[in-house]
Write a protein that binds this ligand. Structure first.
Ligand code: H79
Length: 450
C-alpha cells in the first residue's frame, strides 16, 4: 500500500489539493450508518455484531503455526517446495514453550485493539486447535499438546476482546484437496482426491470452532482464490456457521465483491477501494469494511524481515482506515517459541499510548463527511467531526463545505481553540504548526445534535 504519510508528499499535493478543496461545490453531508442491506434473514444479533464491528476499528491479526519455526513466512512450504512428509516431521517439533495467552491478549489490549483474529489453520493445512477431523493438529501431533485457541478464547473473554478464527480454505496437505488449484502442486500428494469429502472436513472443523470456544467473533476465510472456479459450497457452509452462532460474522478474503451470507468486506494490504496489492477488488459494497496490514512485510514470522513500519505509519493506516469507514486488522507473526517480537510489541504499545488520548476520534466513529484526502481524513460521531491532519505542512487548511454550522473547533488532546471561518465555499482551519505531530486532530462541534 502506498499511502503517503510524509510531509514532502503533502507539499507535492498542494496545488492539486487546493483545487480539489476550493472548487468542490458539492455540500458534504454526514453519511448514513448503514450496516448492510436490511434483510429479514439477518437476525438482530448479527446486525448488532456488525454494528459492534464497525465501532471496533482496530483488531490484531496473528499468523502463527508450524511455518513460524522456519522464520520465512507462512508460505514457506510452497515457496521452498517442502513435501508433505518433511513438513509433517517439522510439525512434530512444534513446541512453543513460552506461549502465554495472557501476555498476547494483554498486549492486544494495551494496543487499544478490540479484537484478535488468529490463524486456526493456514494453507499448510496444520490445525492449531484440538480437532477430531484430523490428527494433524497441535494437540495430537506435537509435544506441546495444548490447544492455544482454547487458551486464547478463554483469555479474550476474561479481558473483554472478541476472538475471530482465520480459516484457510486452501490446503497444501490434505489429500482430498483435489483437483489442485494454482498452488500446493509440489508437496508430493497423490494425484487424486475427493472434493466433497474435503468440504465435509472443513464443515466439521468449522463446527468444532463454533461449538467449543464459546461465542466467537466470526470466521475469517482465506484461500478461495486458489481455485476461483471450484464449487466451494459456500451457501451450505455459511448457513452452518450462522446456524451454530447466529451472531458470528463471516469475513471472506476472496478479493471479490461481497457474496450472499457474508458480513464484512475485507481488503488485504489495501485501504478499501485501493488495489496496490494487485488482487483486491475496487468494488465496495455496503457491509462493514476492514483492511488487513502487515507490521513489516510478512504475515508469518520472518526472521530477516526488518522492514517494520514506523509508529507514525501504523497510526496513519489506522486513522486512514477509520476515515475510509474501515477497521484496521494489524498483523503480528509470533516466533516459534510463542513470544511476540519486541519490535512489533513496542509499536503496538505506542499505538495504544496514542489511542489513549486520540481514541475518541477513532473508536465508534464513522468515516467522513469529507472523503479521504491526501492530507488526511475525517471521522464523525454524533455532532462532532474529527479532522485528522496527517500530512500537511501548513497552518491553514481549507475544507470543502459542511452542511451544518460549525460552532467550535478545538485541538484534541490539548483542547486549545482553533480559529476557523465558515462560508459557502467551505471551512478554513488555522492549525497550530505541525511539530512532529503524528496526527493533528481537530474536533469540530456542529450546531445540531444527531
Ligand atoms: O494469510 C496471509 C497470506 O498468507 C494470505 N492472506 C494473508 C492474510 C495470502 N497470501 N497470498 N495471498 C493471500 C494472495 C495471493 C495471491 C497470489 Fe496467486 C498467490 C498471487 C500468486 C500466488 C492466486 C494464485 C492468485 C494468483 C495466483
Amino acid at each position: 500500500m502506498k499511502t503517503k504519510l510524509t510531509t514532502s508528499a503533502g507539499a507535492r499535493e498542494l496545488s492539486r489539493l487546493v483545487a480539489m478543496t476550493t472548487l468542490s461545490l458539492a455540500v458534504t453531508t454526514l453519511p448514513s450508518d448503514a450496516i448492510g442491506q436490511a434483510s429479514d434473514s439477518i437476525p438482530a444479533s448479527r446486525l448488532e455484531a456488525r454494528h459492534w464491528f464497525r465501532d471496533a476499528k482496530f483488531g490484531i491479526f496473528i499468523h502463527w503455526g508450524v511455518y513460524s519455526l522456519l522464520g520465512q513466512g507462512e508460505w514457506v512450504m510452497e515457496n521452498r517446495e517442502i513435501p508433505v512428509s518433511t513438513y509433517e516431521w517439522l510439525a512434530t517439533t512444534f513446541n512453543p514453550a513460552r506461549f502465554d495467552a495472557r501476555t498476547w491478549v494483554s498486549l492486544a489490549k494495551e494496543a487499544g485493539a478490540k479484537y484478535i483474529t488468529i490463524t486456526s489453520r493456514h494453507h499448510d493445512g496444520f490445525s492449531m486447535f484440538s480437532t477430531a477431523a484430523t490428527e494433524y493438529n497441535i494437540v495430537d501431533w506435537t509435544p506441546f499438546k495444548r490447544d492455544p485457541l482454547k487458551e486464547l478464547a478463554d483469555e479474550c473473554r476474561r479481558q473483554g476482546l472478541k476472538l475471530f478464527f482465520y480459516y484457510s480454505q486452501l490446503d497444501w496437505h490434505h489429500p482430498d484437496y483435489w483437483p489442485r488449484g494454482r498452488t500446493g502442486l509440489k508437496t508430493g500428494r497423490r494425484e487424486e482426491g475427493n472434493w466433497p469429502r474435503y468440504l465435509d472436513f472443513m464443515d466439521n472443523q468449522l463446527t468444532e470452532l463454533l461449538t467449543r470456544y464459546g461465542p466467537i467473533g466470526g470466521i475469517w476465510f482465506d484461500g478461495m482464490w486458489d481455485k476461483p472456479n471450484a464449487d466451494w459450497r459456500l451457501p451450505t457452509t455459511y448457513a452452518l456457521i450462522h446456524r451454530l452462532q447466529p451472531a458470528a460474522l463471516i469475513v471472506p478474503n476472496h478479493h471479490q465483491a461481497p457474496l450472499a451470507g457474508e458480513d464484512v468486506q475485507t481488503f488485504e494490504q489495501d485501504l478499501p477501494g485501493a488495489n496496490t496489492a494487485g488482487f483486491n477488488t475496487r468494488e465496495i459494497g455496503s457491509l462493514p469494511l476492514e483492511t488487513s496490514l502487515t507490521t513489516n512485510n510478512s504475515w508469518g514470522f520472518n526472521i530477516t524481515d526488518r522492514q517494520f513500519k514506523s509508529v507514525r505509519e501504523l497510526i496513519g493506516y489506522l486513522v486512514r482506515a477509520a476515515g475510509n469507514d474501515a477497521n484496521l486488522l494489524l498483523n503480528v507473526g509470533p516466533r516459534p517459541d510463542g513470544t511476540i517480537q519486541p519490535e512489533a510489541a513496542a509499536r503496538l504499545r505506542e499505538m495504544g499510548r496514542w489511542l489513549s488520548t486520540y481514541g475518541t476520534s477513532v473508536f465508534a466513529t464513522r468515516g467522513g463527511p469529507i472523503t479521504p484526502r491526501p492530507w488526511g481524513v475525517t471521522t464523525h460521531r454524533n455532532d462532532t467531526i474529527f479532522v485528522h491532519v496527517l500530512d500537511w505542512p501548513d497552518q491553514v487548511l481549507a475544507l470543502p463545505p459542511i452542511t451544518d454550522r460549525v460552532v467550535s473547533a478545538v485541538m484534541l488532546g490539548t483542547n486549545a481553540p482553533v480559529k476557523f471561518a465558515q462560508s459557502s465555499a467551505g471551512v478554513t482551519l488555522n492549525l497550530p504548526m505541525a511539530v512532529d505531530e503524528i496526527d493533528r486532530v481537530v474536533a469540530l462541534t456542529l450546531a445540531r445534535r444527531r
